[in-house]
Every structure is written in C-alpha cells, then in structure tokens.
Design a protein around this ligand. Sequence first.
Ligand code: DX5
Ligand code: ZN
Length: 235
Amino acid sequence: MTDTGAGYTRPVPLPTGSPKIAPSILNADFARLGEVIAEIEDEVDLVHVDVMDGHFVPNLSFGIPIVESLRAVTDLYFDCHLMVTNPVALFEPLAAAGANLVTIHAEVHPDPTDAARIARELGLDFGLVINPPTPFEAVEPFVELADLVLVMSVHPGFGGQSFISDVLTKVESAKNWVDSHGLVTDIEIDGGITAATARLAADAGATVFVAGTAILGAADPVESAREIRKAASGA
Ligand code: DX5
Ligand code: ZN
C-alpha cells in the first residue's frame, strides 16, 4: 500500500515516468484474456479497461467480473475508462474487484468534484476524459482533482477507428496547463494509436498511450508494444 499523503492509499501506485503503454483489452480474445495479459505483461505499464454500457456509447463491453478475473492473474495497474451514464455507481464494485483508476467523462459529469471525492474515499485514483468535440476548458477547472486527463482521439464506443489529429491541440493545452501549475498529472491519449500517432501525441505532451488494435490485434503484440514505446519515447 502506498500512502499518498492525501488521506488515501493506493493498493498499486500509478507508475511514474513517460511514456506509459496501456493496452486496451476491448478487442482482445476474451477466451484467452489471462494468456494475452501474461504475454505482454513485461512490455506494458497499465491495462486499459473499456467499460461500456450501451447507453453513453452505442456499444456494450464488459464490467466488474472481467476486472475481478484479471486481478487474479496480474499485478498490473488497471485504468478503467468508464463510458457509462452512471459511472459513480461502479466505483465501489470496481474498487472491490481490483481496479486502480477510474476515468469519467466530462460529458456525463460537468462538475466531477463529488465523483473525485468518492473515488478517493474508495482508494481509487481518478481521471477526467474529454471526447473529440469537448474542449479542454470543460475539465480545466478540475484538473487538480485528477491524476490523469484522458483526451479521446476517436469518438468512443469502438476499437479500430482512425486517429483524429485535431485533438492534438487539446493535448498541448492540457500539458501546458499541467506544467504551468507545477503538476505531474498524466495526459492520456486513446483511440487510433499506432507507433506513428503515438509519436505525434508524445510530441504534443501525452504521457500515457492507449492502444487496442495496434497491440492486441497485432500478429506480434510484444513487438508492437515495443515499437509504440520507442516511438512515444521520441526514439
Ligand atoms: C474506444 C476505447 C478505446 C479503444 C482503443 O471507445 O475507449 O480504448 O479500445 O482501440 P484502438 O486502439 O483500436 O483505437
Ligand atoms: Zn478507452
């Protein structure tokens, strides 16, 4: 357990440093999920868990039982991206199942103050997400409540979409805001990430790189994760 000095503890701390590579399991082979994670475990920093309710986004994915099953097979940090209409209702069962961080959409909670407090009380790290049309200003007043700001680079709901490069200006705004306030808040990018787009996002200031198709849909997920890390490192 890590005492953050802020009155709550983190069962697994958010890894430090950049880049952090976060495979999304959305398009994984669920019959082999444990094996899939074991294969890439040493190459990645987080597991990105896309929870969808078929309401906030037009797709259903998975929820608490998958988190619980995965927690039994890995100590990796679980970054749970909640694409649901009522994310706060999931905080407690997710925390009990072994989640580490919950990110909620600004489109659902324009004022996330209460949600952030509830997450902290449960020992969860907390993040804020903005969809492609949502400006950075929607979360700017609340960045200090968050460990991470997630800038969506596709419209959420499905893996395998193309990267929307217009969002890079929001990554820059978020990074400038964080740096100018002396914070270490991570900037995460999610959707259409490949080695090439990871490089663009890294140049704009992203520190956490979610990749679904490009890692778990690749013929060689380990090599693909390494390539994305290399590109995001500016190498
Ligand atoms: C989209 C999800 C993403 C998605 C990424 O709604 O939030 O995390 O799984 O998949 P790729 O990397 O294939 O765009
Ligand atoms: Zn996601």
